[in-house]
Design a protein. Structure first.
Length: 150
């Protein structure tokens, strides 16, 4: 197991003592992140909101951070993230913000310091595309959605 160091910088006034990303348990893959808001935000069914986190990061080249929903919020309240998993690239230096969407039936209120998502550090394999006239055949071929039946 590798330990990758991620540099982190606080970027919002009034959040100097705000919790930085942290793991809830020793075996957790993700770091919980918190809503860096001054006032409560009530999100209604099928509404989406942008939630700041109060920090930016410097990710080493060859890595990304994936932003993922918290499973408890998803199952209990229908709160999840759009563009999941979101990718934070190694060359991005702006504040990390989260696009939340509410898929539940009742309004949900987000409060300052609520754990609303998680970050997972992942290695990235660099690739390139080569244009060709034909692709090699496989037993599946072009069989797509539902091609194997129920």
């Amino acid at each position: 197991m590798r330990n990758v160091q991620i540099l982190i910088k606080r970027v919002r006034e009034g959040f100097e003592d705000f919790p930085l990303p942290q793991k809830a348990t020793v075996g957790a893959a993700g770091f919980d992140i918190y809503a860096a808001i001054d006032n409560e935000i009530t999100i209604h069914p099928f509404e989406r909101v942008l939630i700041p986190t109060s920090f930016s990061v410097a990710i080493p080249e060859g890595y990304e951070i994936q932003v993922r929903p918290r499973s408890g919020l998803a199952i209990k309240y229908g709160l999840t993230l759009l563009n999941t998993p979101g990718t934070i690239d190694s060359d991005y230096r702006g504040e990390i913000n989260l696009i939340l969407i509410h898929l539940g039936k009742e309004p949900y209120t987000i409060r300052r310091g609520d754990r609303i998502a998680q970050l997972v550090v992942s290695s990235v394999i660099q690739a390139s595309f080569e244009e060709v006239q034909e692709l090699p055949d496989t037993s599946r071929g072009t069989g797509g959605f539902g091609h194997t039946g129920r």
